[in-house]
Every structure is written in C-alpha cells, then in structure tokens.
Write a protein of this length. Structure first.
Length: 411
C-alpha cells in the first residue's frame, strides 16, 4: 500500500509553507530518519524527516512551490515490493485533507547526521536552477533577496552564506504607472517572506479584534543596578542583564496577581498557574518570541543563561516549535536601542505585553528635594476582555516594587 507524504504543520501558526527543496528524488530508497525535504515555515526553515521505509514513487509538489497548504499531498512512497502501477491513480488533486498517514518529525535546520540518503553533490547550475546552501537560502529569504541574483563562490558556483551576506542588491526603479504624478520617488519592491507575512497578519488581527488599553509607570533602577553590579562582580561565569531582572520580576508579579496571568477564550477565561514569559527577539526578516517557562521558579543566572541560549538559536533559525510556542505573557525591550518608551501590540492569545524603554538619569523629587535617579519607563498593553484596569494597575505596581526593591525577589 502506498504511503502518503503530506505537508506538515511545523509550527503552531503554520497554515501554509514553501517547499524549498527536495533532498530525495523519485526512485530513491528512504528509511526512517531520512531527510526528505526542506520546508520554509512562518518561523524558520525546517527539515522534514520520514519515519517510514520505502521508495520515493512520485513527487507531486516541485521544490520552490510557495503557499502549499498544510495537509496537501506532496509525495508518495512505495512500500517494499510494491509496483509503480500503484501510482496510476495518484495525483495532486484533493490534497487539502489534513489526515496524515505518514507521520514526519520536524527538526531545526542542521546537517543531517543520520540520514542514510544524502543530498547529491552540487553540480554546475543549468537552466533556471540555482544551487545554494539551506542557510544561504534562508538568509536571502529573510532579506527579501532573490537567490538567483547572487553570484556563488562555493563549489561549482554554489551560493553560500558569505555570498548572501556580502551581496548588495541593485535598486531597480519601478514605475508607479502612467497616472502617477510627475516627480514621484522611485522605489523597489521586496517580496515578503513567510515570517513577515505571518507577523503582518497576526498583528493586524490583534489591533482589529483585541481591545487594547495601556498603562504606564516610571521605575527607579538605582537599587537594581547596584545589585546587578554586585552579582556580576562575584564571578566571570555569568553576566546578568537588566532584562533578566525584568523577566523574573514579571514572572513573580504574574504569580502575585494571578488575575493578570490569563487569556481570553471566547466564552471561557483561561487562568494559568505558571508564568511562561515570551521574550521578543529581533532576527533578520522579523521577530520571534522564545519562551522562558516557569520563570518564577528560576534564578537570575538560570534565566540569563536560558535567554541567551534561546536568543542565539532564534538568530540561527534553529528554535524548535516547543521553544517559541505558548507563553502566558510577553516582554518587548527596546531600551538597549535607546528608545525611551513605546507601546507594544499584544500577541494573541496572550492578554498582555510589557514594553520596556531605556533607563536614563532624570531629576526626581525625594523628601522635597530634587535629586538624580536612573529611571526607566515601561508601558503595559492589556486585553480589556481579560484584564480590567484595576488588575492591570495592580500587576504593574507589583513589577515596579520588585524592580525598585530587588531583594524582594528573594522572598
């Protein structure tokens, strides 16, 4: 009996994907663990691994095909001894069913160490086909660059990472049409990658469907900065950041004010008993939010190590879906970029996000006297369907207390 290979859902938000490259060809023998293809999702380029044994009987979706719906039949394997005649009635018709008869495992893009069938060595490009490494294609897609425009310096003209990073696209003026006013500025059009399309869709839905309200507060950081300096002077094995304190303070505040650790679910309200903090990380082509799970139970050093590890994996495109899915609350910190304050957009289905600005020396009044203090402005965006103003204020006040008196995070 033939084994159907269907387009998998490789991330929680994935509805469609790009079949970037087939690593097998019709007639190839595959075994469990063979990497079949590379698939570009809305988050990263992932490898599609089979757990079935067989022979590639027919490839139904050619590589490079965009917007392939999850559940689409993309290939068929023949079992041992099965004749090719079994493929006569197989076509790409009616492939929108999402029932998968062949289970596949997604792994982040990395060299296949256990695949018995390796991709053939690159050969000189012919026709319109461009040979390139998976990393080069992902970087090019994130930058909106057509890989075909990049000269390759690898073996046999293969496009590799350094080629993409050193490539400077030539701006092409595009006419705005015959009705355009004289003197309109020239522009270039850059094709959107899957990640940017998903960000645009989800954040548009958020602003259109989620009733946002915003609360802001100023937080004095002098005690925190002194504690951070003391901790970092104790050892060279770690380096605690202000953001690590903010993650821990937010997690503790969610436990202290559990009414804020919720998500709106239509006719139900989901209350969480654990603080899973999503941390926004900027990567080429967009951003992604890896999750620090159970942050209220973790110390500053553990939070620091985990945040650095996840941020590196995010920038390398190697995050697993379970490392960026879920989360009960988000933090977006632009303070290190010199932004004084801003308002962030809620990431559904979460009910709140904290926008963190930079700390700066400001004049404050204490005991009737003007003095200098390091002050940071933060803004909390809340989903009013799930969090009322008083709850949001109490939650933000708890964060302020923890950060202004960092010793309270030890209680």
């Amino acid at each position: 009996m033939t084994i159907e290979i269907r387009m998998p859902a490789l991330s929680p938000t994935m509805e469609k994907g790009t079949l970037a490259k087939w690593l097998v060809a019709e007639g190839d023998i595959v075994e469990s663990g063979t990497i079949l293809a590379e698939i570009e999702t809305d988050k990263a380029t992932m490898e599609y691994e089979s757990i079935d044994d067989g022979v590639v009987g027919k490839i139904l979706v050619p590589e490079g095909t965009e917007d392939v719906a999850v559940g689409t039949l993309i290939a068929v394997l023949l079992e041992d001894g099965e004749e090719a005649a079994a493929l006569e009635n197989i076509s790409s018709e009616a492939t929108s069913e999402k029932t998968e008869t062949s289970v596949a495992v997604a792994t982040p893009e990395a060299p296949a160490v256990k695949a018995p069938v390796a991709a053939p060595d690159p050969v000189p490009p012919t026709g319109n086909r461009v040979f390139s490494s998976p990393l080069a294609r992902r970087i090019a897609a994130n930058k909106g660059i057509d890989i075909a425009d990049i000269p390759g310096s690898g073996p046999h003209g293969r496009v590799i990472k350094r080629d993409v990073e050193g490539f400077v696209p030539v701006a092409k003026a595009v006419s705005a049409g015959p009705a355009a006013a004289e003197g309109d500025a020239p522009y270039t059009e850059v094709k959107l990658g899957n990640m940017r399309k998903t960000i645009a869709k989800r954040l548009t839905e958020s602003k259109q469907t989620v009733p946002h309200f915003y609360l802001g507060v100023d937080i004095e950081l002098d005690n925190l900065l002194a504690a951070r300096k003391e901790l970092n002077n104790l050892s060279d094995a770690y380096k605690i950041s202000v953001n690590d304190f903010i993650i821990r303070a937010s997690a503790l505040a969610l436990i202290k004010v559990p009414e804020a650790n919720v998500q709106f679910g239509g006719d139900v309200m989901r209350h969480y008993g654990r603080a899973d903090i999503s941390v926004a990380v900027a990567i080429p082509g967009g951003l992604i939010t890896p999750v620090i799970r159970g942050a209220e139970l973790k110390g500053l050093r553990q939070i620091s190590d985990e945040t650095k590890m996840l941020a590196k994996k995010a920038r390398d495109g190697k995050l697993m879906p379970e490392e960026y899915s879920g989360g009960t609350f988000s933090i977006s910190n632009l303070g290190m970029m010199g932004i004084k304050q801003f308002q962030a957009v809620i990431n559904p289905p979460q009910a709140a996000i904290l926008a963190v600005g930079s700390g700066e020396q400001r004049a404050v009044i204490k005991d009737g006297k003007v003095t200098a203090a390091t002050v940071m402005s933060v803004n909390l965006a809340c989903d009013h369907r799930a969090i009322d103003g008083a709850v949001g204020a109490e939650f933000l006040g708890a964060i302020k207390t923890f950060l202004e008196h960092p010793s309270t995070m030890l209680l």
